[in-house]
Design a binder for this molecule. Structure first.
Ligand SMILES: [Zn+2]
Length: 193
């Protein structure tokens, strides 16, 4: 586990954003980078690796450099992936991953609910900061869509991932849903996919 990215300003800005994600999603995992030598990735685990009780989010250094080389608000793209992973931490805390994933041949519903929660954060953030570029959340997750629809690791197509972000965004930004309401709406939403 690697505590810092090497860019102090970036680390400070991301720490602020992650504190806001923790507050909106009521999930407080430890966060660190790791060496994703076997393929650019980020993941969430309920395992407590440091001192925060809600598990751990690990962000690959390769994925970080890939997102940072993008032109459109790269730090917001990093935040989008983090918010998705914090969404998984929320699922682990509330047992939602079991509820939405039960009997499913792929992890799609679990992943799209995490995208919904990332979108929910983006909507809540935009209410507080009208300049927040929430569309970057949808573009980022859209870019990670896959078409391996029968593979157990299928996360959702690009269209499904972008749509899940948009649904979560609307729940916060337009409907002003509480987190409890967003959990209910997202559970119903992914059950219909
Ligand atoms: Zn995920």
């Amino acid at each position: 586990m690697i505590p810092r990215s090497g860019d102090r300003d970036f680390d400070l800005a991301l720490a602020h954003t992650l504190a806001a994600v923790s507050e909106k999603l009521e999930a407080l995992p430890s966060f660190a980078y790791y060496d994703d030598y076997d393929g650019a990735n980020a993941y969430a685990t309920p395992k407590v690796r440091m001192n925060n009780a809600d598990g751990t989010v690990l962000f690959g250094q390769r994925l970080l450099s890939r997102l940072m080389s993008g032109t459109e608000s790269p730090e917001v793209a990093v935040a989008a992936v983090c918010a998705h992973e914090f969404g998984h931490i929320l699922q682990f805390k509330r047992g939602l991953d079991r509820v939405v994933g039960v009997g499913q041949p792929t992890v799609k519903r679990v992943e799209l609910q995490a995208d919904f929660f990332a979108g929910y954060f983006a909507g809540a953030r935009k209410l507080e900061r009208p300049n927040f570029p929430a569309a970057v959340f949808a573009m980022t997750q859209h870019s990670f869509g896959d078409n391996m629809v029968n593979h157990p690791g299928h996360h959702g197509t690009s269209e499904e991932r972008g749509a899940a972000i948009a649904k979560g965004f609307e729940a916060a930004y337009r409907e002003k849903c509480t987190l409890a309401q967003a959990i209910q709406i997202s559970t119903n939403y992914v059950a219909g996919l």
